[in-house]
Ligand binder design. Structure first.
Ligand code: SF4
Ligand code: SF4
Length: 197
């Protein structure tokens, strides 16, 4: 949303950096509290979602550590409930995401959030492909092959001949007569018509 002229943030403040990074102005929030009322984790947070925005609106230097050191920003699930309820269309999850990055960058992560942070990092590791660093581990391949940890060929399986015979039988639609098994014949819709059964 656009920023009212009277509420434009100072270019050096945290609120201005939030706006540069996310396109969201914290000054669009008029503190109605609907975000907090719908947030599933508000009760566990040290600052409720609307309070995080209020701290940002204050734009005081001493509030920067308060916001970036808050446990709340790490509890946020990015569930979007707050954004869906907000009459001002403030994208709070996006702001929370930026605050986490900034908290990490400045070494202000809340001590209780260390486990959550470890989870975030493990998750990011699993989606490395999204960064398109597709060949970053390729130089490890020769070493892994030498140790038998990486095989470019597919594994063989036991009983290949038995599997081949199963496929052959499925292909003919019947089991061999000499197997002693019940004969299985392919049927089609309408086969039963006129059979009298
Ligand atoms: S719902 Fe929107 S306007 Fe209301 S307090 Fe939350 S962010 Fe601010
Ligand atoms: S996105 Fe975060 S702040 Fe918003 S409702 Fe969900 S958990 Fe709460």
């Amino acid at each position: 949303m656009s920023v009212p002229a009277h509420a434009a943030p100072h270019p050096e403040t945290l609120s201005s950096r939030v706006q540069d990074a996310t396109g969201e102005s914290v000054f669009n929030c008029y503190q109605c509290g609907k975000c907090t009322a719908g947030c599933p984790l508000a009760a566990e947070m040290d600052y409720a979602p609307n309070q995080i925005l209020r701290l940002l609106q204050l734009d005081l230097p001493e509030m920067v550590e308060e916001v970036l050191g808050a446990f709340s920003i790490w509890l946020c699930l990015t569930c979007e409930t707050c954004a869906a309820r907000c009459p001002q269309e403030v994208d709070l999850p996006r702001i929370m995401d930026y605050l986490r990055q900034e908290s990490l960058r400045r070494g202000l992560v809340h001590p209780k959030a260390k486990d959550i942070l470890a989870f975030h990092q493990a998750f990011l590791e699993t989606i490395k492909l999204k960064t398109l660093h597709l060949l970053q581990d390729v130089l490890l391949a020769p070493k892994l092959m030498a140790r038998g940890k990486l095989n470019p060929l597919p594994h063989g399986i036991a009983g290949k001949e038995a599997v081949r015979r199963i496929f052959e039988r499925c292909g003919t639609g019947s089991l061999p007569v000499d197997s002693g098994a019940t004969r299985v014949t392919e049927t089609h819709p309408g086969d039963a018509e006129g059979s009298g059964t």
